[in-house]
Design a protein around this ligand. Structure first.
Ligand code: KG4
Ligand code: ZN
Length: 335
């Protein structure tokens, strides 16, 4: 089956074509350069940029794969969660195309997309698994027992992990998005140099990163007051360690508590090698297998959305011709 995937939930416009779960094309056009200047994503600008590029990307996908519109058998588009205006661009294009082509349309929850990035690998994971979803907008531990069968075990009460990376990077004037910048600088620093708090360590699978962000900012302000040069690399390494430590601790704990042997890590922050190292270290001596997607599939892309739509359609044979953008839909809401 040829599936067209569309992703426009935030600041990446992405179009993919899959043959079943084989990636034929996965084009991502990042808007970072347009938002960088503002230190974060400007919603209205994001929608405008999606509109400007989406049809070129679809044409490019068809050209590079030597396929025609008539070859597409299914369309999957992110419809939740995300920036409403941005989601609407992808959803509108998907609705128009599927109506014209008379093919089914599946609305995909973005976080399911991140989980399904793992199903694009040669050996897809087996159920059940624990998912650690760590992106710019979400931090969540889920238990997945089958296609679209999910239980949320815990999530962040305030900032997402990626958001904390972005905010600390902004404060250190490292640029946007902050995750890769902090990771790069952290390689030159000592993760034990400063002890930042690990919030809610003993409170189930819930997270909180806002206090950590404040602790880092207060540390920087105190140094600035005394005109002490900022040990930026040590700050990055110590902050990153506080994040990866707690993410690894809680997700491995979830695997243990649920007696589940597979941990899928996904979302933009799963590209972080220090997180992977902590997960590996904390799972040593257990029979837990930690899986991260290939780097290009960690951050937002339409191949993962197409994969999620493909499995949704295979499992439920349902089309969503009346799809609407739902910026706050939860991952466990069935559509
Ligand atoms: O999944 P994603 O591409 O978009 C959302 O769904 O939010 O995640 C983007 C987030 C950003 O906050 C970015 O700073 C973070 O992922 N990120 C990283 C790394 N690469 C991206 N965080 C830590 N280390 C990285 N290498
Ligand atoms: Zn994402």
């Amino acid at each position: 089956m040829i599936t067209l995937g569309i992703e426009t939930s935030c600041d990446e416009t992405s179009i993919a074509l899959l043959k079943d779960t084989q990636i034929l094309f996965n084009g991502v056009s990042s808007q970072i350069k347009h938002h960088q200047h503002f230190g974060g994503v400007v919603p209205e600008l994001a929608s405008r940029k999606h509109t400007e590029i989406i049809h070129y990307l679809i044409e490019k996908a068809l050209k590079e794969t030597a396929l025609n519109f008539s070859d597409i058998q299914l369309c999957a588009s992110t419809h939740a969660p995300g920036l409403e205006g941005s989601l609407l661009i992808g959803v509108s294009v998907a609705k128009a195309l599927t109506a014209l082509l008379d093919i089914p349309l599946v609305g995909v929850h973005h976080l399911w997309g991140h989980l399904y990035a793992h199903f694009l690998t040669e050996t897809p994971p087996e159920f059940p698994f624990i998912g650690l979803i760590v992106s710019g907008g979400h931090t969540m531990i889920v238990k997945v027992t089958g296609h679209y069968a999910v239980q949320i075990l815990g999530q962040t009460r305030d900032d997402a992990a990626g958001e904390a990376f972005d905010k600390v990077a902004r404060y250190l004037e490292l640029g946007y998005p902050g995750g890769p910048k902090i990771e790069a600088l952290a390689r030159e620093g000592n993760p034990k140099a400063i002890h930042f708090p690990r919030a809610m360590k003993n409170e189930g699978y819930e997270f909180s990163f806002s206090g950590l962000k404040t602790a880092v900012i207060q540390y920087i302000q105190a140094l600035k007051k005394t005109d002490t040069p900022l040990p930026k690399a040590d700050i990055c390494a110590s902050f990153q360690k506080a994040v990866t430590d707690i993410l690894a601790y809680k997700s491995i704990k979830a695997c243990r508590d649920c007696a589940i042997k597979t941990l899928l890590v996904t979302g933009g922050v799963s590209a972080n090698q220090a997180l992977l190292a902590d997960l590996m270290a904390q799972s040593t001596g257990t029979n837990i297998q930690v899986l991260t997607p290939p780097p290009l599939l960690c951050t937002d892309n339409a191949a993962m959305i197409a994969a999620a739509g493909y499995y949704h359609f295979k499992t439920f044979s349902r089309s969503h011709p009346d799809l609407s953008a739902l910026p706050n839909l939860a991952i466990d809401a069935f559509i």
